[in-house]
Write a protein that binds this ligand. Structure first.
Ligand code: TRP
Ligand code: ZN
Length: 872
C-alpha cells in the first residue's frame, strides 16, 4: 500500500452529477468569535427530497463538538465521522439538526473559510470554503435562507456584518452581537461574515423603481478618501445594469468590505461583497490609471454577479463559466461603455492570446465547462473566465444586442432562484431567438484553440472573389479528433485607395461569415479594383487565424481598416513576422522603412487617438512570441524582442520625444483624453529610456518621475528605467522605496516592476527581494507582485543557470503548506516543461518531480503535477 495512492485526492466527473438527497430550507448560524477558538452553532431545518439514505454533511479542518437532532444530543453510534464528512444514520424525513463546531481563524493561512485578515475576521466560501466553518451540504444546488448572529468583543470589533439586513442587536459590558437575515435563499458559497473596525463611506442609490438602497464601503481607518472612486464605480454599475440589461438591485443595503489578505480579486457574497483592498483603494497619488480602471471593472463584476451568479446560480461547479463567463462579458461591456471601447477590446484580446491560448496548449487544457476536476480552486482560470466571456460574446455577435437581451430576459425569467447549467443558458438564448445552437455547444465541450486557415483569391476583371476557410482544433489531453465549431468571423475589405469598402454575397453586404464546415468557400462580388481582406474583426472568435498576408497588405489594413482592433492586429502581425524572421534566419531584427514611416506618421498625427497609438507601438512580449513555437528557443526569443525594442527606440526617437513633450504631466484628471495621453507618454518613455547616455532623456525621466501629479506617470518613469536597465534605475528605485515604504499596495508595484524586467529581474534579485521589508510570505498580493510577475519573465524564469526554477521550487514548497491556492497559481507557468530546449527541459522536469514527491502535497498541486507528468 503506497501512501500516495491512499491519500491521493479523488477526481470528480461532470457526468456523475446527482441531485441532492436533502434540502436545507433554513440555516441559522451563531458565531462566537475568538482568534483561536471560534464556536459555530449551525441549526438547519432539513427535509428529505431524495431516496432513503443517511445524511452526509461535509466538513474540513473543523472540530466537532456536538450534534443535536430534534433536540436530542446524538451519541457516537448515531453518526460516523471521517476526515472529510459526517454521516448521520437513519434520519427522519424532516428534522432540525444542530451542529456545533470549533475553528481557528487566526491560524487559517489558506484564507478559505473564516480567517483573520490583519485585525479583521472575514470569510471566503467560494468554491468549497463553507465546509471549513461547519458541516454542511456545501454544494451550489442546495439553497437555504440564512440567519446569522455574530457575537464578538466590543473592543476591536465595532462592526459585525453578514448577508442581508440587520434584524437584532444586543450587548453587555464587554461583548455585543448583531443578527442578520438574508431573505434570498442562497448556496453556502455566497455566505459571508465580517467583524472588525473600519471607516465607512456611505451613499445611496435610487433604483429605477424608486427604491432607496444604502451603499456602504468599509475600509481600514484613515482610508476613506481612497474609497470614493469605488463608490462612484458602484453607482455607475447599478445604473448601467438597469439601463443596458434591465436588471435592478433587490435588497435595501449593499456593503463592500476591503481586506488586505485575499487570494483573488473580490467575492460577490449576497449583499456583502468582500474585496481585495487593491480593487477598492485608489487615489491619484497612489494608484495608476490602470488601477482605477481595474477598480471600476471589479466593482462592476461583483455587482453584476447579483443577477448572474446569485439570483441565478450554478447547479454544480463544472458549470462555473455559467456565472463567470457571463459576468466577465458583462463587466467588459460595462468598461467599454464607460471608457474607451476599442482599447478595452484590445486589452481583453491580449489576455486571451497571451494567457488563455497558453493554457489551452498546456497539460491543464480544459473546456470552459470542464469534465473532470480534482481541486475546484484550480478551475478559476482564464479559460473558464475569459474564454467563457468570448463564448458569450460570440452569441452576442450572432444574435445582435436585441436578440441577446431577449435571451437574457428569458434566462432570468425562467431560472430566477434556481441553480442551473450552461445548457439552460444556451437553451434560453435559442428559445428566445428561434435559433439552433447545437453546433455552437461544442465551445462548451472542447478544449483547445481552433485554427482557421485562409486562402483568398480576387479576380479584378470579373469583380469576383473567394475565401476558402479550413478549421482544425488540436488534440488536448483527453480529447482527440474534435468536430467542426460554429465560428463567427467578422470581415471587412480594403480597396486600392486604402479605404474600407463593401463586398456582396447575393446582393447583401458581407460582414460576418459563419464558419460551420471543416472547409467552407465564400464567393462574393466587389469593385473593379484589388481588394485586401481584413479578417476576424473585433476578434469575433477565440481562434488562431492563419493567413499569410504580405507587409503591403498588412500596412494597408493598419492604415485603412475601419475596425481599430484590425488596425492594431495588423501592427502586431508585422512585428511578429520580423521577430520570427530574425530567429529563423539568425539575423538581426529589422523593420521596413514603410512600417517605420507609418509609425512615424501615426506618432506625428495629433488627430490619432493617443491610446491606440500607444497600443500600436507596443510589440509582442517574450511570452507572446514564445507561443509561436512547439519548442521555445528561449534565448532567441529574448534576443529578438530586445532588439526590436532597441530598434524602435533608435528609429523613432524624435517622434517619441515629440509626443512625450505634448503630455500634461501636472494634470492627474481621469477623463479618457488624459488617460490616453499618459498611456502614450509612458509607452514613449519606455523606448526613450533605452538611450542610456542621452542627457536630455535622463532629464525627461527625472522630470516625469519626480514632478508629475499622478502615480501613472511616476511609476511609468520607474518602469521605463528599470525595464531598459537605464543607469538611473538604481536611484529611482531607492527614492521610490523611501517615499512609499509602508504603503503596501504601492510597494507591490515596486516589487512587480523589478520581477518583470528582462535584465534586472534575475532570480538572485528576486530572492533578495523576498527578504525585503516590502515582501511578506503570508500576503497573496505580495506573492503575486513579486513571484507571479517573475513567472511571466520568460528569460529569467528559464535562465540557463536554473536559478529561476530553484527560486520557484522553494517558494512553491513553502506555500504548499501555508496557502495551496496561491502555490498552485505560481506552479502553472512551470507545467510546460515539454516545450523547452533539452537542458532546460531536464532541469524543469526534475523540479516538477521533486515537487510531486513533497510530503502532504496539497490537492491543488497534486492535480497539476500529476497532469503535467502524465501519470495514469
Ligand atoms: N467569484 C469570485 C469572482 O467573481 C472568485 C473568487 C473570489 C474566488 N475569491 C475566491 C474563487 C476564492 C476561488 C477562491 O471572481
Ligand atoms: Zn466572478
Amino acid at each position: 500500500m503506497s501512501d500516495v495512492s491512499t491519500n491521493a485526492p479523488q477526481a470528480k466527473y461532470r457526468n456523475d452529477y446527482q441531485a441532492p438527497l436533502f434540502a436545507i430550507s433554513e440555516t441559522d448560524l451563531v458565531f462566537e468569535l475568538d482568534d483561536h477558538q471560534t464556536m459555530v452553532t449551525n441549526t438547519m431545518k432539513i427535509q428529505r427530497v431524495g431516496e432513503d439514505s443517511d445524511l452526509v454533511l461535509v466538513g474540513e479542518n473543523v472540530s466537532l463538538l456536538k450534534v443535536t437532532l430534534d433536540g436530542r444530543i446524538l451519541g457516537e453510534s448515531d453518526y460516523t465521522q471521517t476526515e472529510k464528512d459526517l454521516r448521520i444514520h437513519q434520519v427522519p424525513d424532516a428534522f432540525v439538526l444542530e451542529v456545533m463546531t470549533q475553528i481557528d481563524p487566526a491560524n487559517n493561512s489558506a484564507l478559505e473559510g473564516l480567517y483573520k485578515s490583519a485585525g479583521t475576521f472575514c470569510t471566503q466560501c467560494e468554491a468549497e470554503g463553507f465546509r471549513r466553518i461547519s458541516y454542511y451540504l456545501d454544494r451550489p444546488d442546495v439553497l437555504s435562507v440564512f440567519t446569522t448572529k455574530i457575537v464578538a468583543p466590543k473592543q476591536g470589533f465595532p462592526y459585525l456584518l453578514a448577508n442581508g439586513n440587520p434584524i437584532a442587536h444586543a450587548a453587555n459590558d464587554t461583548h455585543h452581537s448583531v443578527t442578520w437575515h438574508d431573505p434570498h435563499p442562497k448556496p453556502a458559497y455566497l455566505f459571508a461574515l465580517v467583524a472588525g473596525d473600519f471607516d465607512v463611506l456611505e451613499d445611496h442609490f435610487e433604483t429605477q423603481d424608486g427604491r432607496d438602497v444604502l451603499l456602504q464601503i468599509f475600509v481600514d481607518k484613515g482610508n476613506l478618501s481612497r474609497a470614493q472612486y469605488a463608490m462612484d464605480s458602484l453607482k455607475r454599475s447599478m445604473a448601467w445594469d438597469e439601463e443596458r440589461f434591465g436588471l435592478v438591485y433587490d435588497l435595501d443595503i449593499y456593503m463592500i468590505v476591503a481586506v488586505d489578505f485575499f487570494n483573488m480579486g473580490a467575492m460577490e457574497n449576497k449583499g456583502l461583497n468582500i474585496f481585495n483592498s487593491k480593487y477598492v483603494l485608489a487615489d491619484a497619488k497612489t494608484a495608476t490609471d490602470q488601477d482605477f480602471i481595474n477598480v471600476e471593472s471589479v466593482i462592476g463584476h461583483e455587482y453584476f454577479h447579483n443577477w448572474t451568479g446569485n439570483r441565478v446560480t450554478c447547479r454544480d461547479w463544472f458549470q462555473l463559466s455559467l456565472k463567470e463567463g457571463l459576468t466577465v462579458f458583462r463587466d467588459q461591456e460595462f468598461s467599454a461603455d464607460m471608457g474607451m471601447r476599442s482599447v478595452q477590446r484590445i486589452q481583453d484580446v491580449r489576455i486571451i492570446r497571451s494567457h488563455q491560448f497558453e493554457e489551452d496548449a498546456g497539460p491543464m487544457a480544459h473546456p470552459i465547462r470542464p469534465d473532470r476536476v480534482m481541486e475546484m480552486n484550480n478551475f478559476y482560470t482564464v479559460t473558464v473566465y475569459n474564454k467563457g466571456a468570448e463564448v458569450i460574446r460570440m452569441l452576442h455577435t450572432l444574435l445582435g444586442e436585441n436578440g441577446f437581451q431577449a435571451g437574457m430576459r428569458l434566462y432570468i425569467d425562467r431560472h430566477d432562484g434556481q441553480a442551473v447549467t450552461c445548457e439552460d443558458f444556451i437553451k434560453a438564448m435559442e428559445d428566445a431567438n428561434s435559433a439552433d445552437f447545437s453546433q455552437f455547444r461544442h465551445w462548451y465541450a472542447y478544449a483547445g484553440t481552433p485554427q482557421v486557415q485562409v486562402h483568398y483569391d480576387y479576380d479584378v476583371e470579373r469583380q469576383e472573389g473567394s475565401l476558402v476557410l479550413t478549421q482544425t482544433t488540436p488534440d488536448t489531453p483527453d480529447q482527440k479528433d474534435k468536430p467542426a465549431f460554429h465560428i463567427p468571423i467578422q470581415v471587412e475589405f480594403i480597396d486600392d485607395q486604402g479605404v474600407s469598402v463593401e463586398v456582396h454575397v447575393n446582393d447583401s453586404p458581407l460582414d460576418l461569415i459563419e464558419l460551420t464546415e471543416r472547409e467552407q468557400c465564400i464567393r462574393f462580388k466587389g469593385p473593379k479594383a484589388p481588394l485586401i481582406p481584413a479578417l476576424l474583426g473585433n476578434f469575433s472568435a477565440p481562434i488562431k487565424l492563419i493567413f499569410e498576408q504580405n507587409e503591403d497588405e498588412l500596412l494597408a489594413i493598419m492604415r485603412g481598416a475601419s475596425d481599430p482592433f484590425l488596425r492594431w492586429d495588423a501592427s502586431q502581425r508585422i512585428y511578429r513576422n520580423s521577430l520570427l524572421t530574425a530567429i529563423h534566419e539568425d539575423t538581426d531584427v529589422g523593420l521596413s522603412e514603410a512600417m517605420l514611416d507609418t509609425l512615424s506618421s501615426v506618432l506625428k498625427d495629433a488627430k490619432q487617438d493617443a491610446a491606440l497609438t500607444a497600443l500600436l507601438l507596443q510589440i509582442p512580449n517574450e511570452e507572446t512570441l514564445a507561443q509561436e513555437f512547439d519548442i521555445i528557443p528561449v534565448a532567441d526569443v529574448v534576443r529578438v524582442v530586445g532588439e526590436l525594442r532597441a530598434l524602435l527606440a533608435l528609429a523613432l526617437k524624435d517622434e517619441l520625444m515629440f509626443v512625450w513633450e505634448r503630455t500634461d504631466i501636472a494634470n492627474a484628471g481621469l477623463d479618457s483624453a488624459l488617460i490616453s495621453q499618459r498611456m502614450l507618454a509612458n509607452t514613449a518613455l519606455g523606448y526613450l529610456a533605452f538611450h542610456h547616455d542621452d542627457a536630455q532623456i535622463s532629464s525627461v525621466l527625472k522630470q516625469q518621475f519626480y514632478h508629475s501629479a499622478s502615480m501613472t506617470l511616476t511609476f511609468g518613469a520607474l518602469a521605463a528605467a528599470v525595464h531598459a536597465d537605464h543607469p538611473l534605475c538604481h536611484s529611482l528605485l531607492d527614492d521610490f522605496a523611501k517615499k512609499w515604504q509602508g504603503h503596501a499596495l504601492v510597494m507591490d508595484k515596486w516589487l512587480a516592476v523589478q520581477a518583470s524586467a528582462p535584465d534586472w529581474g534575475s532570480a538572485e534579485r528576486i530572492d533578495y527581494l523576498t527578504h525585503h521589508s516590502a515582501f511578506n510570505w503570508t500576503n497573496p498580493n505580495r506573492i503575486y507582485a513579486l513571484l507571479a510577475s517573475f513567472t511571466h519573465n520568460l528569460g529569467q524564469l528559464h535562465a540557463q543557470d536554473g536559478l529561476g526554477y530553484q527560486l520557484l521550487e522553494s517558494a512553491i514548497t513553502r506555500l504548499n503548506a501555508s496557502n495551496p491556492q496561491v502555490a498552485s497559481r505560481l506552479l502553472s507557468p512551470l507545467l510546460k516543461w515539454k516545450r523547452l530546449p533539452e537542458a532546460l527541459q531536464t532541469a524543469l522536469h526534475d523540479t516538477l518531480v521533486r515537487l510531486r514527491k513533497l510530503n502532504n502535497l496539497a490537492p491543488d498541486l497534486h492535480e497539476k503535477l500529476s497532469q503535467a507528468l502524465e501519470e495514469k
